[in-house]
Design a protein around this ligand. Structure first.
Ligand SMILES: [Zn+2]
Length: 75
């Protein structure tokens, strides 16, 4: 049973969001997962807490993932 990549969130994921942060950055690092997802803007360092659903809506692409068993996703 395959888990869709779209629904998986792992600590250490670097993701790109649909809308860039006001600082201009659009890459975020996942710091905490669970019912709520805590992410940090890689450009200005701001911390944002989102519920899982909002996070998945905002996420446009997975940039990198540590320990990816599938070997990650090419850009
Ligand atoms: Zn920012």
């Amino acid at each position: 049973m395959a888990v869709p990549m779209d629904l998986s969130v792992m600590i250490g994921d670097v993701v790109r969001t649909r809308k860039p942060h006001p600082c201009g950055g659009d890459e975020w690092t996942v710091l905490r997962t669970g019912a709520d997802i805590r992410i940090r803007c890689n450009t200005c360092g701001r911390l944002v807490l989102l519920d899982r659903e909002s996070f998945l809506k905002r996420r446009k692409a997975l940039v990198s993932r540590p320990d990816a068993p599938q070997g990650g996703r090419a850009p």
